[in-house]
Design a binder for this molecule. Structure first.
Ligand SMILES: [Zn+2]
Length: 210
């Protein structure tokens, strides 16, 4: 299975060239502020892709505010893709778990205090048999180096993926962290941010093979 990973398109999905694939994963930050019509525009774009809705998996990010504040928005906005929040979907036998949470970052959506029990509970809910983990934020140390030179990924998430060792961990959030990273415990971390630090959609989708 050929899987294309994107993230952080920030209302510029139409600038992204999606290569032929069997599955598309979006790791969050579809919009700037979660506007319903922007989510709808993203969904319209999904309809133009040669993939059925159950082959386009979408996570929320900290910018997609409406998806946290009024979760029922998702049901109206996403007709041509599958929105997944803290749940597993199985595609061709591959178990994919998706979660939007990240350590608090200003005061955006899906924020929980860094190192908190609430955040740990979100990661503890990831099933042991997860093959591909998708979270909006990166784990600490991989794809998380900000322009200011700080590693802003989640320490608790790193601990959890070391336990679970999914084959792939797809994320975004830290635009500057775009790229593919090998860990020493076997998981490959993919930061698939399409936008750079200035919100220009310059990074190509990252393709992984299953
Ligand atoms: Zn972003």
């Amino acid at each position: 299975m050929r899987i294309v990973c994107i993230s952080d398109t920030h209302e510029q999905e139409r600038s992204v060239e999606i290569p032929p694939c069997d599955l598309l994963i979006h790791a969050g930050d579809i919009t700037f502020k979660g506007d319903l019509h922007k989510l709808g525009a993203f969904d319209d774009w999904c309809e133009t892709l040669p993939l059925p809705k159950d082959r386009i998996l979408v996570c929320a990010g900290n910018h997609d505010v409406s998806l946290e504040k009024t979760p029922e928005v998702a049901a109206h906005a996403f007709l041509n893709c599958t929105y997944v929040r803290d749940a597993t979907v199985v595609v061709d036998g591959v178990r994919i778990y998706m979660s939007p949470w990240q350590p608090r970052f200003n005061d955006w959506a899906f924020n929980l205090d860094r190192g908190s029990a609430e955040l740990a509970a979100k990661w503890n809910a990831i099933p042991d048999d997860t093959d591909i983990l998708v979270t909006h934020g990166p784990p600490y140390g991989f794809g998380d180096l900000s322009v200011r030179g700080l590693q802003v990924g989640c320490e608790l998430l790193l601990e959890r993926i070391e336990q679970l060792r999914p084959r792939f961990h797809v994320c975004g959030h830290v635009h500057e962290g775009y790229g593919r990273y090998e860990t020493d415990f076997g998981t490959v971390v993919v930061n698939a941010s399409v936008c750079d630090a200035r919100y220009r959609p310059v990074n190509a989708p990252i393709v992984i093979e299953w």
